[in-house]
Design a protein around this ligand. Structure first.
Ligand code: PMT
Length: 397
Protein backbone atom coordinates (compact mmCIF):
# COMPACT_ATOMS: atom_id res chain seq x y z
CA UNK A 1 0.00 0.00 0.00
CA UNK A 2 3.00 2.33 0.57
CA UNK A 3 3.28 2.59 -3.23
CA UNK A 4 0.11 4.70 -3.21
CA UNK A 5 1.86 7.48 -1.29
CA UNK A 6 1.72 10.77 -3.18
CA UNK A 7 -0.17 9.20 -6.12
CA UNK A 8 -3.05 11.07 -7.74
CA UNK A 9 -6.04 8.79 -7.97
CA UNK A 10 -9.18 9.82 -9.79
CA UNK A 11 -12.01 7.66 -8.44
CA UNK A 12 -15.12 7.47 -10.61
CA UNK A 13 -18.31 6.27 -8.90
CA UNK A 14 -21.31 5.17 -10.95
CA UNK A 15 -24.89 4.28 -9.95
CA UNK A 16 -25.27 1.02 -8.07
CA UNK A 17 -25.82 -0.25 -4.55
CA UNK A 18 -22.05 -0.92 -4.24
CA UNK A 19 -21.49 2.87 -4.38
CA UNK A 20 -21.70 2.93 -0.58
CA UNK A 21 -18.49 0.84 -0.49
CA UNK A 22 -16.67 3.63 -2.36
CA UNK A 23 -16.57 5.62 0.87
CA UNK A 24 -14.43 2.85 2.37
CA UNK A 25 -12.28 2.84 -0.77
CA UNK A 26 -11.64 6.59 -0.50
CA UNK A 27 -10.62 6.09 3.14
CA UNK A 28 -8.21 3.29 2.20
CA UNK A 29 -6.62 5.32 -0.62
CA UNK A 30 -6.32 8.51 1.43
CA UNK A 31 -5.01 6.51 4.40
CA UNK A 32 -2.26 5.12 2.15
CA UNK A 33 -1.21 8.67 1.29
CA UNK A 34 -2.86 9.10 -2.12
CA UNK A 35 -4.43 12.32 -3.24
CA UNK A 36 -7.98 11.32 -4.19
CA UNK A 37 -10.42 13.23 -6.37
CA UNK A 38 -13.89 11.80 -6.76
CA UNK A 39 -16.09 12.09 -9.85
CA UNK A 40 -19.70 10.89 -9.51
CA UNK A 41 -22.30 10.16 -12.14
CA UNK A 42 -25.89 11.30 -11.59
CA UNK A 43 -26.84 7.69 -10.72
CA UNK A 44 -24.11 7.44 -8.07
CA UNK A 45 -25.55 10.43 -6.24
CA UNK A 46 -28.80 8.50 -5.74
CA UNK A 47 -26.85 6.00 -3.60
CA UNK A 48 -24.32 8.12 -1.70
CA UNK A 49 -23.98 11.87 -1.19
CA UNK A 50 -21.10 13.91 -2.63
CA UNK A 51 -20.71 15.45 0.84
CA UNK A 52 -19.64 12.12 2.35
CA UNK A 53 -16.98 11.63 -0.31
CA UNK A 54 -15.87 15.24 -0.08
CA UNK A 55 -15.33 14.84 3.66
CA UNK A 56 -13.40 11.58 3.23
CA UNK A 57 -11.25 12.72 0.30
CA UNK A 58 -10.74 16.26 1.66
CA UNK A 59 -11.38 17.51 -1.89
CA UNK A 60 -14.45 18.86 -3.68
CA UNK A 61 -16.41 16.16 -5.51
CA UNK A 62 -16.88 16.64 -9.25
CA UNK A 63 -20.10 15.64 -11.00
CA UNK A 64 -21.09 18.11 -13.68
CA UNK A 65 -19.46 18.44 -17.09
CA UNK A 66 -20.75 21.96 -17.54
CA UNK A 67 -20.41 23.23 -13.98
CA UNK A 68 -19.02 26.78 -14.37
CA UNK A 69 -17.38 26.61 -10.93
CA UNK A 70 -15.61 23.35 -11.76
CA UNK A 71 -14.40 24.76 -15.06
CA UNK A 72 -12.77 27.65 -13.20
CA UNK A 73 -11.02 25.29 -10.82
CA UNK A 74 -10.47 21.67 -11.85
CA UNK A 75 -12.08 21.50 -15.30
CA UNK A 76 -12.39 18.16 -17.06
CA UNK A 77 -9.20 18.51 -19.08
CA UNK A 78 -7.28 19.63 -16.01
CA UNK A 79 -8.64 16.64 -14.04
CA UNK A 80 -7.81 14.31 -16.92
CA UNK A 81 -4.21 15.54 -16.91
CA UNK A 82 -3.97 15.51 -13.11
CA UNK A 83 -4.65 11.80 -12.67
CA UNK A 84 -1.91 9.17 -12.34
CA UNK A 85 -4.57 6.47 -12.43
CA UNK A 86 -8.32 6.39 -13.00
CA UNK A 87 -10.35 3.77 -11.14
CA UNK A 88 -14.09 3.44 -11.69
CA UNK A 89 -15.60 1.60 -8.71
CA UNK A 90 -18.33 0.56 -8.88
CA UNK A 91 -18.72 0.46 -12.67
CA UNK A 92 -22.35 -0.21 -13.61
CA UNK A 93 -23.51 -2.08 -16.74
CA UNK A 94 -24.79 1.20 -18.14
CA UNK A 95 -21.44 2.96 -17.57
CA UNK A 96 -19.51 0.08 -19.15
CA UNK A 97 -21.73 0.25 -22.25
CA UNK A 98 -21.17 4.01 -22.53
CA UNK A 99 -17.41 3.50 -22.10
CA UNK A 100 -17.45 0.88 -24.86
CA UNK A 101 -19.36 3.27 -27.13
CA UNK A 102 -16.86 6.11 -26.54
CA UNK A 103 -19.58 8.32 -25.08
CA UNK A 104 -18.74 11.76 -23.73
CA UNK A 105 -22.11 12.78 -22.39
CA UNK A 106 -21.16 13.35 -18.74
CA UNK A 107 -18.06 14.30 -16.78
CA UNK A 108 -16.86 10.76 -16.06
CA UNK A 109 -17.11 9.39 -19.62
CA UNK A 110 -15.49 12.59 -20.92
CA UNK A 111 -12.61 12.22 -18.49
CA UNK A 112 -12.05 8.62 -19.57
CA UNK A 113 -11.78 9.80 -23.17
CA UNK A 114 -9.64 12.84 -22.39
CA UNK A 115 -7.08 11.20 -20.09
CA UNK A 116 -4.02 9.20 -21.05
CA UNK A 117 -3.77 7.85 -17.51
CA UNK A 118 -4.20 4.08 -17.10
CA UNK A 119 -7.78 3.10 -16.36
CA UNK A 120 -9.31 0.23 -14.36
CA UNK A 121 -12.93 -0.57 -13.67
CA UNK A 122 -14.45 -2.63 -10.87
CA UNK A 123 -17.79 -3.85 -12.27
CA UNK A 124 -20.73 -4.29 -9.90
CA UNK A 125 -24.21 -5.32 -11.02
CA UNK A 126 -26.79 -8.08 -10.87
CA UNK A 127 -25.32 -11.45 -11.93
CA UNK A 128 -27.66 -11.83 -14.92
CA UNK A 129 -26.71 -8.36 -16.16
CA UNK A 130 -23.00 -9.24 -15.83
CA UNK A 131 -23.45 -12.54 -17.68
CA UNK A 132 -25.56 -11.00 -20.44
CA UNK A 133 -23.78 -11.25 -23.83
CA UNK A 134 -24.21 -7.49 -24.36
CA UNK A 135 -22.24 -6.69 -21.18
CA UNK A 136 -19.63 -9.34 -21.98
CA UNK A 137 -19.23 -7.90 -25.50
CA UNK A 138 -18.77 -4.41 -24.02
CA UNK A 139 -16.11 -5.74 -21.61
CA UNK A 140 -14.28 -7.46 -24.45
CA UNK A 141 -14.46 -4.27 -26.53
CA UNK A 142 -13.05 -1.90 -23.88
CA UNK A 143 -10.18 -4.28 -23.14
CA UNK A 144 -9.35 -4.54 -26.83
CA UNK A 145 -9.68 -0.82 -27.60
CA UNK A 146 -8.01 0.79 -24.59
CA UNK A 147 -6.36 -1.99 -22.57
CA UNK A 148 -8.62 -1.08 -19.69
CA UNK A 149 -8.09 -3.33 -16.67
CA UNK A 150 -11.13 -5.15 -15.33
CA UNK A 151 -10.90 -5.93 -11.61
CA UNK A 152 -13.60 -8.40 -10.64
CA UNK A 153 -16.43 -8.83 -10.16
CA UNK A 154 -16.52 -11.20 -7.20
CA UNK A 155 -19.14 -13.89 -7.00
CA UNK A 156 -21.49 -14.47 -4.07
CA UNK A 157 -24.69 -13.28 -2.46
CA UNK A 158 -25.99 -10.09 -4.07
CA UNK A 159 -27.97 -7.21 -2.57
CA UNK A 160 -31.00 -8.24 -4.69
CA UNK A 161 -30.89 -11.78 -3.27
CA UNK A 162 -29.37 -13.45 -6.36
CA UNK A 163 -26.20 -15.49 -6.07
CA UNK A 164 -23.49 -15.27 -8.76
CA UNK A 165 -20.83 -13.00 -10.26
CA UNK A 166 -21.44 -9.25 -9.94
CA UNK A 167 -20.29 -8.14 -6.48
CA UNK A 168 -17.75 -5.30 -6.43
CA UNK A 169 -14.34 -6.40 -5.14
CA UNK A 170 -13.93 -5.31 -1.52
CA UNK A 171 -12.45 -1.79 -1.11
CA UNK A 172 -9.24 -2.88 0.62
CA UNK A 173 -8.52 -5.49 -2.07
CA UNK A 174 -9.13 -2.83 -4.75
CA UNK A 175 -6.71 -0.45 -3.04
CA UNK A 176 -4.08 -3.22 -2.87
CA UNK A 177 -4.53 -4.05 -6.56
CA UNK A 178 -4.17 -0.37 -7.37
CA UNK A 179 -0.97 -0.17 -5.30
CA UNK A 180 0.50 -3.05 -7.34
CA UNK A 181 0.08 -0.99 -10.52
CA UNK A 182 2.85 1.34 -9.33
CA UNK A 183 5.37 -1.43 -8.66
CA UNK A 184 7.31 -0.81 -11.86
CA UNK A 185 8.30 2.69 -10.67
CA UNK A 186 11.78 2.16 -9.34
CA UNK A 187 11.48 4.41 -6.25
CA UNK A 188 7.79 3.92 -5.58
CA UNK A 189 7.11 3.88 -1.85
CA UNK A 190 10.52 5.38 -1.01
CA UNK A 191 11.16 8.78 0.53
CA UNK A 192 14.10 10.69 -0.91
CA UNK A 193 15.48 13.80 0.77
CA UNK A 194 17.61 16.12 -1.36
CA UNK A 195 19.51 19.25 -0.37
CA UNK A 196 19.98 21.86 -3.10
CA UNK A 197 21.41 25.31 -3.70
CA UNK A 198 23.77 27.39 -1.60
CA UNK A 199 23.60 28.31 2.05
CA UNK A 200 23.91 31.91 3.26
CA UNK A 201 25.96 32.65 6.34
CA UNK A 202 25.09 36.06 7.77
CA UNK A 203 27.78 38.60 8.69
CA UNK A 204 25.35 41.29 9.77
CA UNK A 205 21.68 42.08 8.98
CA UNK A 206 22.48 42.93 5.32
CA UNK A 207 25.56 40.89 4.34
CA UNK A 208 26.37 37.23 4.03
CA UNK A 209 28.91 34.66 2.76
CA UNK A 210 27.61 32.34 0.05
CA UNK A 211 28.53 30.70 -3.29
CA UNK A 212 27.33 30.44 -6.89
CA UNK A 213 25.16 27.33 -6.58
CA UNK A 214 21.87 27.88 -8.46
CA UNK A 215 20.10 24.78 -7.10
CA UNK A 216 19.56 23.43 -10.64
CA UNK A 217 21.32 20.10 -10.02
CA UNK A 218 19.38 19.43 -6.81
CA UNK A 219 16.04 20.47 -8.33
CA UNK A 220 16.68 18.23 -11.38
CA UNK A 221 17.31 15.34 -8.96
CA UNK A 222 14.06 16.14 -7.14
CA UNK A 223 12.15 15.99 -10.44
CA UNK A 224 13.80 12.72 -11.50
CA UNK A 225 13.17 11.10 -8.09
CA UNK A 226 9.52 12.20 -8.12
CA UNK A 227 9.13 10.79 -11.64
CA UNK A 228 10.57 7.48 -10.41
CA UNK A 229 7.70 7.35 -7.91
CA UNK A 230 9.43 8.61 -4.75
CA UNK A 231 8.04 10.95 -2.16
CA UNK A 232 10.57 13.78 -2.37
CA UNK A 233 11.54 16.26 0.36
CA UNK A 234 13.65 19.06 -1.07
CA UNK A 235 15.61 21.17 1.41
CA UNK A 236 16.40 24.25 -0.63
CA UNK A 237 18.78 27.11 0.02
CA UNK A 238 17.95 30.56 -1.38
CA UNK A 239 17.45 29.91 -5.12
CA UNK A 240 15.24 31.33 -7.81
CA UNK A 241 13.61 28.10 -9.01
CA UNK A 242 10.02 26.87 -9.09
CA UNK A 243 9.25 23.85 -6.93
CA UNK A 244 9.00 20.71 -9.08
CA UNK A 245 5.54 19.20 -9.30
CA UNK A 246 4.55 17.12 -6.24
CA UNK A 247 7.77 17.76 -4.35
CA UNK A 248 7.64 18.89 -0.70
CA UNK A 249 9.98 21.87 -0.39
CA UNK A 250 11.47 23.33 2.77
CA UNK A 251 13.25 26.66 2.36
CA UNK A 252 16.26 27.42 4.54
CA UNK A 253 19.08 29.98 4.47
CA UNK A 254 22.02 28.90 6.64
CA UNK A 255 23.86 25.58 7.04
CA UNK A 256 22.54 25.25 10.59
CA UNK A 257 18.97 25.71 9.33
CA UNK A 258 19.64 23.13 6.60
CA UNK A 259 20.90 20.67 9.21
CA UNK A 260 17.83 21.29 11.42
CA UNK A 261 15.45 20.68 8.49
CA UNK A 262 17.35 17.56 7.41
CA UNK A 263 17.29 16.11 10.94
CA UNK A 264 13.58 16.81 11.28
CA UNK A 265 12.76 14.74 8.18
CA UNK A 266 15.50 12.11 8.51
CA UNK A 267 13.46 9.40 10.29
CA UNK A 268 11.15 8.93 7.26
CA UNK A 269 13.94 9.03 4.69
CA UNK A 270 15.19 6.02 2.64
CA UNK A 271 17.65 7.92 0.45
CA UNK A 272 19.56 11.15 1.17
CA UNK A 273 21.27 13.12 -1.60
CA UNK A 274 23.44 16.11 -0.68
CA UNK A 275 23.60 18.27 -3.81
CA UNK A 276 23.74 21.53 -1.85
CA UNK A 277 26.87 23.64 -1.78
CA UNK A 278 26.93 24.08 1.98
CA UNK A 279 29.21 26.82 3.27
CA UNK A 280 32.01 25.13 5.18
CA UNK A 281 32.40 28.12 7.52
CA UNK A 282 30.22 30.83 9.08
CA UNK A 283 31.03 34.00 10.96
CA UNK A 284 31.95 33.36 14.59
CA UNK A 285 29.94 36.43 15.57
CA UNK A 286 27.05 37.86 13.57
CA UNK A 287 26.78 41.62 14.09
CA UNK A 288 23.32 42.70 15.19
CA UNK A 289 23.74 46.09 13.42
CA UNK A 290 25.18 46.83 9.97
CA UNK A 291 28.99 46.73 10.15
CA UNK A 292 30.44 50.21 9.56
CA UNK A 293 33.35 51.01 7.27
CA UNK A 294 36.40 52.14 9.30
CA UNK A 295 39.83 50.68 8.55
CA UNK A 296 41.41 49.81 5.19
CA UNK A 297 41.29 46.16 6.02
CA UNK A 298 39.25 44.01 8.32
CA UNK A 299 39.23 40.42 9.57
CA UNK A 300 36.23 38.20 9.99
CA UNK A 301 36.75 35.19 12.21
CA UNK A 302 35.07 32.10 10.79
CA UNK A 303 34.11 28.89 12.54
CA UNK A 304 33.35 25.53 10.96
CA UNK A 305 29.77 24.68 10.04
CA UNK A 306 28.33 21.27 10.92
CA UNK A 307 28.86 18.69 8.18
CA UNK A 308 25.28 17.84 7.21
CA UNK A 309 25.88 14.76 5.08
CA UNK A 310 28.39 13.29 7.55
CA UNK A 311 25.78 13.76 10.30
CA UNK A 312 23.21 11.90 8.16
CA UNK A 313 25.68 9.10 7.39
CA UNK A 314 26.49 8.71 11.10
CA UNK A 315 22.83 8.44 12.14
CA UNK A 316 21.63 5.19 13.72
CA UNK A 317 19.17 4.39 10.92
CA UNK A 318 21.34 5.64 8.07
CA UNK A 319 19.54 6.11 4.72
CA UNK A 320 21.32 5.29 1.45
CA UNK A 321 23.54 8.37 1.46
CA UNK A 322 24.81 10.05 -1.71
CA UNK A 323 27.12 13.04 -1.70
CA UNK A 324 28.47 15.38 -4.35
CA UNK A 325 32.08 16.42 -4.65
CA UNK A 326 32.67 19.78 -6.31
CA UNK A 327 36.37 19.75 -7.20
CA UNK A 328 38.70 21.89 -9.29
CA UNK A 329 41.66 19.47 -9.34
CA UNK A 330 42.42 15.77 -8.69
CA UNK A 331 38.68 15.23 -8.98
CA UNK A 332 38.70 11.45 -8.56
CA UNK A 333 41.11 11.32 -5.66
CA UNK A 334 39.35 14.04 -3.65
CA UNK A 335 35.92 12.56 -4.37
CA UNK A 336 37.03 9.10 -3.23
CA UNK A 337 38.52 10.67 -0.09
CA UNK A 338 35.13 12.27 0.74
CA UNK A 339 33.30 8.99 0.03
CA UNK A 340 35.37 7.26 2.72
CA UNK A 341 35.75 10.14 5.21
CA UNK A 342 32.03 10.97 5.25
CA UNK A 343 30.96 7.28 5.23
CA UNK A 344 28.86 7.71 2.05
CA UNK A 345 27.36 4.95 -0.09
CA UNK A 346 28.00 6.86 -3.30
CA UNK A 347 29.46 10.16 -4.42
CA UNK A 348 28.96 12.19 -7.59
CA UNK A 349 32.14 13.98 -8.63
CA UNK A 350 31.90 17.10 -10.77
CA UNK A 351 34.79 19.17 -12.03
CA UNK A 352 33.73 22.72 -11.24
CA UNK A 353 36.86 24.31 -12.71
CA UNK A 354 35.03 24.38 -16.08
CA UNK A 355 32.67 27.39 -15.96
CA UNK A 356 30.37 25.81 -18.58
CA UNK A 357 29.37 22.98 -16.25
CA UNK A 358 28.74 22.54 -12.54
CA UNK A 359 27.89 25.72 -10.64
CA UNK A 360 25.08 27.86 -12.06
CA UNK A 361 24.93 26.28 -15.51
CA UNK A 362 22.41 24.18 -17.42
CA UNK A 363 24.80 21.26 -17.94
CA UNK A 364 27.08 19.11 -15.87
CA UNK A 365 29.55 16.25 -16.39
CA UNK A 366 29.85 13.71 -13.61
CA UNK A 367 31.49 10.53 -12.37
CA UNK A 368 29.30 8.26 -10.23
CA UNK A 369 31.60 6.64 -7.69
CA UNK A 370 31.05 3.95 -5.09
CA UNK A 371 33.43 1.63 -3.22
CA UNK A 372 33.65 -0.79 -6.14
CA UNK A 373 33.27 1.27 -9.31
CA UNK A 374 33.38 4.60 -11.06
CA UNK A 375 31.20 5.46 -14.06
CA UNK A 376 31.78 8.67 -16.02
CA UNK A 377 28.91 10.51 -17.74
CA UNK A 378 30.01 13.15 -20.26
CA UNK A 379 28.52 16.61 -20.49
CA UNK A 380 24.71 16.57 -20.61
CA UNK A 381 21.78 18.47 -19.13
CA UNK A 382 21.42 18.31 -15.37
CA UNK A 383 18.01 16.68 -15.80
CA UNK A 384 19.46 13.86 -17.95
CA UNK A 385 22.27 13.28 -15.48
CA UNK A 386 19.81 13.40 -12.57
CA UNK A 387 17.87 10.58 -14.24
CA UNK A 388 21.08 8.52 -14.53
CA UNK A 389 21.89 9.15 -10.86
CA UNK A 390 18.37 8.17 -9.75
CA UNK A 391 18.52 4.99 -11.91
CA UNK A 392 21.88 4.06 -10.39
CA UNK A 393 20.58 4.64 -6.85
CA UNK A 394 17.42 2.58 -7.40
CA UNK A 395 19.48 -0.30 -8.83
CA UNK A 396 21.57 -0.28 -5.64
CA UNK A 397 18.62 -0.24 -3.23
O1 PMT B 1 23.43 24.24 -7.77
P1 PMT B 1 24.00 24.19 -9.18
O2 PMT B 1 24.30 25.56 -9.74
O3 PMT B 1 23.18 23.35 -10.10
O4 PMT B 1 25.42 23.48 -9.07
C1 PMT B 1 25.51 22.14 -8.73
C2 PMT B 1 26.67 21.88 -7.76
C3 PMT B 1 27.99 22.11 -8.49
C4 PMT B 1 26.57 22.78 -6.53
C5 PMT B 1 26.52 20.37 -7.32
O5 PMT B 1 26.64 19.55 -8.44
C6 PMT B 1 27.58 19.98 -6.30
O6 PMT B 1 28.68 19.59 -6.61
N1 PMT B 1 27.20 20.09 -4.98
C7 PMT B 1 28.13 19.87 -3.86
C8 PMT B 1 28.97 21.10 -3.66
C9 PMT B 1 29.87 20.97 -2.48
O7 PMT B 1 29.69 21.70 -1.55
O8 PMT B 1 30.75 20.01 -2.52
P2 PMT B 1 31.80 19.65 -1.32
O9 PMT B 1 32.80 18.81 -1.99
O10 PMT B 1 32.26 20.87 -0.66
O11 PMT B 1 30.94 18.81 -0.29
C10 PMT B 1 30.89 17.39 -0.32
C11 PMT B 1 29.55 16.91 0.13
O12 PMT B 1 29.34 17.27 1.51
C12 PMT B 1 28.38 17.49 -0.64
O13 PMT B 1 27.40 16.47 -0.80
C13 PMT B 1 27.85 18.59 0.29
O14 PMT B 1 26.44 18.80 0.11
C14 PMT B 1 28.16 18.03 1.65
N2 PMT B 1 28.41 19.00 2.71
C15 PMT B 1 29.48 19.86 2.65
C16 PMT B 1 29.73 20.71 3.69
C17 PMT B 1 28.87 20.70 4.82
N3 PMT B 1 29.08 21.52 5.83
N4 PMT B 1 27.83 19.86 4.86
C18 PMT B 1 27.58 19.02 3.83
O15 PMT B 1 26.61 18.25 3.88
Amino acid sequence: MHRLRNKRILLGITGGIAAYKSAELVRALSGAGSQVRVVMTAGAQEFITPLTLQALSANPVHHSLLDPEAEAGMGHIELAKWADYILIAPASANFISRLAAGAADDLLTTLCLASVAPLAIAPAMNQAMWLDPATQANIEKIQRLKAIQIWGPDAGQQACGDVGPGRMIEPLALAQTLAQQFENQSLSGKTVMITAGPTREALDPVRYISNHSSGKMGFALATAAMEAGAHVILIAGPVNLATPDRVDRVNIASAQQMLDAVQQHLPQCDVFIGAAAVADYRAADVATQKIKKHDDDMCIRLVKNPDIIATVAASADKPFTVGFAAETQDVLAYARGKLVKKNLDMIIANDVSNPEIGFNSEDNAIIIIDAASQTPFPRATKYYLAQQIINTISNKL
